[in-house]
Structures are given as structure tokens and as C-alpha cells.
Design a binder for this molecule. Structure first.
Ligand code: 5AD
Ligand code: SF4
Length: 465
């Protein structure tokens, strides 16, 4: 077997991918959540340090890494489909190496490794090991590392940003999850929760700002349970509200977002910290999952409908202009028509600006899979999901119509999808705003008055200061 991993000494240290250099090339394909996008950037950083460079052309790649998601069955089915494609590709290019990373690697382990198209399987906590796995694979055998860690946060690795716009970037502040929602595979594939050292987070935010970035999104499965304890002085701790403040103080021109908040853990101090700093975006993603107390309890969400609504009321009281978005699951185990109606009614009561909506998908070995029958028929799940989607479209439109005539500060991310005469960016509330380009460029802040809207987009014109 060709061994292209020997004697690799070139090390590239950079915020952006290093391209156009000699040496082996990796193509990275990412599925799933923002955390996975950021993990792929960590993977690229590790590989660049070992002489690899990124290619955007799969046909040029010596190595393909697929960073996978297991959250629903259809996410996994897509990956199996890709593996069949790689199998064909390898008939023409026998030296092509294929590695599976991420959540599905962690969940399926050897089952994936035994696929003819797969050479390397690496779980979310083993990315530092990739150069070693590649070397060993080069020496002749398939490689796997799916050990989960209680400490790994990749704190010292500066992710190499693969985004196109160079304006907004993700920063992981913690890894893993301890919540054990009964439907969810995440705790099994990403392990126990651990918080990253705050200094390294602030350093990363400063580095991004110095490189022209104007927006960071702090990522965690449940950012509100961020809790860092100084190992040298355990009385020194940092919670999420304090971390948010530290990052907001990096520069008033650096916008700060965060995701995801858990309604049971979101403390008032987070809301008040947001209110204190205009550069902390006026947007909270607060997954409700269901509006029915029976379902919430069966899901082990640890809040009631009433508690959720009072948290929303507090947000609206302290930050009236804050947008609220959510995740909803339709057709969880035993969900009755009344439970479903409770979801529709909580959606109306909150008036969500946007929602991610899913049909329940049973995940092997979760508590729900082990204890509750997946008994809502597929037709009913899909009919309920459609009702939820239709209602959300009405709500998004109604929320956007409330913005007509208002002025928002928009951070420009690029041209609009339809025209090079128009730019597009997002408001602090995370709504996409399109407006005539004028002399503006990516990374500018522009004040835009909203003149029209759809359920997905605001349109407007620039106003003078
Ligand atoms: N089936 C459907 N949706 C799920 N989610 C998590 N697990 C499942 C599942 N088994 C959804 C939740 C979560 C989002 C990331 O994915 O709404 O908030
Ligand atoms: Fe992200 Fe969860 Fe999918 Fe893993 S399983 S990629 S944590 S959404």
C-alpha cells in the first residue's frame, strides 16, 4: 500500500484553510449540527499541522472524511448511501482513503469499519489521534478509535475555518451532554458533559476578531450548564452568564450568539447579561420539544409547559425585542391528539420566530427505545408534523410582519441569493435581511429599515445614522 504519511514535516498554522500546496489532500463532508461543523474545523486543524491541505474537489482528494450525525434514522441512511458512492469511487481510485468521523462512528463502531468502503472510524473525542490512525492505516490495516473522554475539549486547537464568508464562526465552549432526554442519542455518542477553559474561548474570539470575523456563536448541547472549575483553585468557577460577558467584552463590534439553551437550566442571569450588552444578539433558541406536560415528562425534559412559558415571559419582559426559536418533535411515544393540540397551542402562545420541526425517530438503546413503544403510526406523525409546519409558517410570517417599519443593524454576510445588486445578512434577532448593496461589503454593519417580508426573509433599505 502507498504510504504517503511518512516524513510529513510541513506544518501549516492558519485560521483559514491552506490551499495550493503540494502534499496529500483531504476532502471533508459534514452532516448534522453546528457542533459537527466546528468539529470538522478542528479535524482540519489537526491534519494541517501534519502536512495535509484541504481540497474542495472530491476528485482531487487522497482522503475523504465524512463527519456524521445519528440524531434521526434518516441522517444515518444518507451516510450509508454515501458509502455506496465511495465504494464505486474506489473501484476507479483504489488508493483513496475513506474515514468516518463523528456521532455515527461512535454509535456503530465496528459495524461501520466492516463496510468495504471504510478504512478509518474515529469518534468525536479522538480527533487528535487522526494523524496516528492515518499512519497506522498506511502501514496496512483498518483503524478505529471510538474512546470517549471525560476531559477532551480541544481547547488548545484553533479550528481552521471552512465557512465561505469569513464573518461568522463557531466556538465550542463545551462537549457532551448529561441531560438524558429519553429520545436522544447524543449523550451516548458524545459522552459526558465537560466545559472548556474560558481563557482559551476568549483567546479564540479575539483571534477571530483580529482576522476580520464579526460574529461568534458559542456552541454546546446545553450552554446554560456551562460550568468551569479552575483545577488549580476550585473556588474559582465560571458559569455561562459570566462566560457570555467575557466574550461580549472582547470587542463591541463582535456579535455574540449562543446555542443551544435548555429551558430547565437557562438562568435569569443569562437574560440580564444579554440585556447589558448590545453586542449579545437578541435571539434565544429554546427547544420546547412538546407543549404537553405528559410528553415533556416522558421525554425527561424536567420542565413543565407552565415553567417554559414563564421563562419565555421573563425573556420578553427583560428583552422585548428578543426573538425566540425552537425545536419540536411530532409523534413521540404515546402522543395523543390532545398532546399534539397542546404543542400547537404553546406554539401560538409563544409566537416563535422560527422552528426546526421533526418527526420522532426511534434511536436504538435510548431510554425511549428500551421502555416506550414507538406507537404513533407514521401517517399520523407526518400529518401532525405538517400541521406544525403550517402553523409555524403563519407564525413566522406574523412575527416578520411586526418588523415592518423597524430599523435593524444587519451584519453583511454576502450577496443575496437572487441578485448581485443586493446584499444579505442577519439582524441581531437572527433574521435574514436583504437590501440594495450600495457601497457595502461583507463584514459591514448596515442599518436597514424593513419595508416588506415573507415568512423567511425581511427586505429593506439602508437608513442614514
Ligand atoms: N427524533 C426526532 N427528533 C429528535 N431530536 C433529537 N432526537 C430526536 C429523535 N430521536 C431533535 C430535537 C433536538 C434536535 C437537535 O433534534 O428536537 O432538539
Ligand atoms: Fe450533532 Fe447530535 Fe447529530 Fe451528533 S447526533 S451531529 S451531536 S445533532
Amino acid at each position: 500500500m502507498r504510504n504517503i504519511f511518512e516524513n510529513m514535516q510541513t506544518k501549516y498554522n492558519s485560521v483559514r484553510p491552506v490551499t495550493g500546496v503540494a502534499g496529500p489532500k483531504v476532502f471533508i463532508e459534514t452532516y448534522g449540527c453546528q457542533m459537527n461543523v466546528n468539529d470538522s474545523e478542528v479535524v482540519l486543524s489537526v491534519l494541517q499541522q501534519h502536512g495535509w491541505s484541504l481540497t474542495e474537489e472530491i476528485s482531487e482528494a487522497d482522503l475523504i472524511f465524512i463527519n456524521t450525525c445519528s440524531i434521526r434514522d434518516n441522517a444515518e441512511q444518507r451516510i450509508w448511501g454515501r458509502l455506496d458512492v465511495f465504494k464505486q469511487m474506489r473501484k476507479r481510485r483504489p488508493s483513496l482513503i475513506v474515514g468516518i468521523l463523528g456521532c455515527m462512528a461512535e454509535r456503530l463502531k465496528e459495524e461501520l469499519l466492516s463496510h468495504t468502503a471504510v478504512d478509518i472510524v474515529a469518534g468525536p473525542d479522538s480527533y487528535r489521534d487522526l494523524p496516528m490512525l492515518l499512519r497506522e492505516f498506511g502501514a496496512g490495516s483498518k483503524q478505529i478509535n471510538v474512546l470517549l473522554s471525560h476531559e477532551e475539549t480541544y481547547a488548545d486547537i484553533s479550528p481552521v475555518r471552512m465557512d465561505k464568508n469569513g464573518v461568522s464562526a463557531f466556538i465550542s465552549i463545551m462537549r457532551g451532554c448529561n441531560n438524558m432526554c429519553t429520545y436522544c442519542v447524543v449523550p451516548y455518542v458524545r459522552g459526558a458533559e465537560r466545559s472548556r477553559e474560558p481563557e482559551s474561548i476568549v483567546r479564540e474570539a479575539k483571534e477571530l476578531f483580529a482576522n476580520g470575523y464579526r460574529e461568534v456563536t458559542l456552541l454546546g448541547q446545553n450552554v446554560d450548564s456551562y460550568h468551569w472549575v479552575n483545577p488549580d483553585n476550585p473556588t474559582h468557577t465560571v458559569n455561562f452568564a459570566q462566560l457570555l460577558e467575557l466574550v461580549a467584552l472582547v470587542n463591541p463590534l463582535l456579535r455574540v450568539r449562543f446555542s443551544t439553551s435548555h429551558p430547565k437550566d437557562m438562568e435569569e442571569s443569562v437574560i440580564y447579561t444579554m440585556a447589558m450588552y448590545p453586542n449579545i444578539c437578541r435571539h434565544i433558541h429554546l427547544p420546547v420539544q412538546s407543549g404537553s406536560n405528559a410528553m415533556l415528562s416522558k421525554m425527561n425534559r424536567k420542565y413543565t409547559r407552565e415553567e417554559y412559558l414563564s421563562k419565555v415571559a421573563k425573556i420578553k419582559e427583560v428583552i422585548p425585542e428578543c426573538s425566540i426559536t425552537t425545536d419540536i418533535i411530532a409523534g413521540f411515544c404515546g402522543e395523543s391528539e390532545q398532546d399534539h393540540q397542546d404543542t400547537l397551542s404553546i406554539m401560538r402562545m409563544v409566537g416563535y420566530d422560527m422552528a426546526f420541526m421533526f418527526q420522532y425517530s426511534e434511536r436504538p438503546n435510548t431510554k425511549a427505545a428500551r421502555h416506550f413503544p414507538d406507537d404513533v403510526p407514521d401517517e399520523i406523525k407526518s400529518a401532525r408534523l405538517n400541521e406544525i409546519i403550517e402553523l409555524q409558517q403563519e407564525l413566522s410570517l406574523a412575527q416578520n410582519q411586526k418588523d415592518l417599519g423597524k430599523v435593524f443593524e444587519v451584519l453583511v454576510e454576502g450577496y443575496s441569493k437572487k441578485s448581485k445588486e443586493e446584499l444579505q445578512g442577519r439582524s441581531s434577532q437572527n433574521k435574514v435581511c436583504v437590501f440594495p448593496a450600495g457601497n457595502h461589503k461583507v463584514g459591514d454593519y448596515v442599518k436597514v429599515r424593513i419595508t416588506s417580508c415573507t415568512s423567511a426573509t425581511l427586505k429593506g433599505v439602508e437608513v442614514e445614522d
